[in-house]
Design a protein around this ligand. Sequence first.
Ligand SMILES: C[S@@+](CC[C@H](N)C(=O)[O-])C[C@H]1O[C@@H](n2cnc3c(N)ncnc32)[C@H](O)[C@@H]1O
Ligand code: SF4
Length: 346
Amino acid sequence: MINRANHNFSPRVAAVSAAFLNAASDKPYARAAIRHLYVHIPFCARICPYCAFYKDLLDRSQARRFCEALLRDLHDQHGVFTISPKTIYFGGGTPTALNTSSWDDDLLKILGREHTAAQAEQSFHILRDAGFLNINLDLMFGLPGQTIEQWQKTLEKTTSLCPDHISAYCLTYEEDTEFFVRQARGELKADPDTGSDFFELAMWILEGAGYEHYEISNYARPGFSSVHNRAYWSGEDYLGIGSSAFSTVGTRRWQNLADYRAYADRILSGQSPVGSTENLTNEMKRGEKIALSLRTRDGVPAAELKRFMRETNEFIALGLLRQSNGNFVLTQKGKSLADSVAEAFV
Ligand SMILES: C[S@@+](CC[C@H](N)C(=O)[O-])C[C@H]1O[C@@H](n2cnc3c(N)ncnc32)[C@H](O)[C@@H]1O
Ligand code: SF4
């Protein structure tokens, strides 16, 4: 239970607790322990034409105020929850945009990225030389004009550097992006069949190089899978601070205002930055957990799919699912159709 008697809540903390309590239920909640913290940094040096994440061009005059708001937000949340994080994830946007001023240059240009392949490689070596023992590289495939040969070279170049973690995302044409508009006009072509060839080549090369394909878009050297992301996928509670950040505690989910200026205004004037809240039913939580864990190497415990025996058996007959250690796991063929398989269970 939140012990109001023992806490001198500021108006802002009271607003946060009230938002949480009203939203969560009419009974006071336990002072939930937060083990996973997400911090959203909404700034980028340049806006990529395919990206729909919440971000804005870096405005140095606003960045300091935003950071002040982040710290206040964290301080205030500390009045509501017991925050003892096992993982903290800085996402964005581009977190490194705050403190500083893929491997094919032509594709990087199409993607509107500012760096060249040589600069990306140089950054990697700088981090390694500085002693970073855990480095992730993000790759994208299914890009306009990208050939399978280019993708193969990208993958080989990546494995030659021996990063500890690799994310490989298939380009999606998100609404409200320049790419979406250009695709609608017929200027950019998305070919779902080619996408699965690229995906299979990534599995082949990366697994061959010793990486574990532990989630559809993520590969890691043994022992280097992302603890933070695994917490999301297994349905653990997490607290998000920063504009647009989501938090989920128990059956309650809320999202901060997406506009970072409005977020900072609210926090710095002692008001709640929460923009929307949602009550999750146990059914919704179960469905989410099945969809997310199906994308992982461990798969879904058989007990969770008891109600879906007919669908499960059909997917097994089609060679898309298999049983392993009491769990249902996607086969290599099933991984290319992960989202469609998950849809049948939610
Ligand atoms: C949102 S960014 C955040 C980190 C950093 N700003 C960056 O771009 O690497 C994380 C990853 O998502 C990828 N991404 C963004 N929009 C995407 C889209 N529409 N389809 C596939 N991947 C996308 C980015 O290219 C990047 O690899
Ligand atoms: S992909 Fe990354 S750098 Fe590009 S706009 Fe999105 S968050 Fe910013």
